[in-house]
Design a protein around this ligand. Structure first.
Ligand code: UDP
Ligand code: MG
Length: 169
């Protein structure tokens, strides 16, 4: 089954499971929506391979949002990401990066399609509920930035047969 995702190799080396980073932003915890948003990912069939609360600081946000340095909103974006802790999650599944981006929706909550997380839960272009890695390469770098290796768990094969057909994983 083609190329393996670089950020996850199972013992059999046959799987196409990917891992991706999701952050539940401070606005989500402040609005008491964390459980509801985590539930959406779980119901989709994404597996939670890692999850913790973190207080972000300047250093990690400068790295995480390096692509936005120089934008006029950079300062208020960073400040908004430090108002409360975030929940960092490592989600796992076949094509997890693209699937999670699809569920997340357009950056701007006012433009995000109904049915997406941002489309259903926010009005803001900035206070937009979640961060989600935008490519497998970004996912690999971001998971390393937010998690130690021992904080991400090998979930094994237990429920894969409930989530996928035999030739999909
Ligand atoms: N952002 C913002 N104003 C903008 C664009 C982005 O405040 O015009 C914030 C927003 O919180 C977004 C984050 O910066 O989620 C990262 O921007 P990116 O373009 O990577 O969007 P995302 O990948 O989160 O959809
Ligand atoms: Mg992004």
């Amino acid at each position: 089954m083609g190329m393996l995702c670089p950020n996850l190799r199972h013992k059999t080396d046959k799987r196409m499971l990917e891992r991706t980073l999701v952050l539940l932003k401070p606005c989500t915890l402040e609005r008491a929506l964390a459980g509801e948003i985590i539930g959406r990912f779980e119901r989709k069939g994404l597996r939670i391979a890692g999850m913790k609360m973190m207080q972000l600081d300047d250093e990690i946000l400068d790295a995480h949002y390096a692509h936005l340095k120089g934008k006029p909103f950079f300062g208020i974006l960073k400040a908004s990401m430090m108002t409360s802790p975030v929940v960092a999650m490592c989600l796992e599944g076949v094509d997890a990066v693209a699937v999670v981006r699809g569920i997340t929706g357009d950056t701007n909550g006012r433009k995000a399609a109904p049915g997406t997380i941002r489309g259903d839960y926010c009005m803001s272009n900035q206070q937009n509920i979640v961060h989600a890695s935008d490519s497998p390469e970004a996912a690999e770098a971001e998971l390393k930035r937010f998690f130690c290796p021992e904080e991400i768990f090998d979930l094994g094969d237990t429920n894969l047969a409930r989530l996928y057909a035999a030739d999909e994983v």
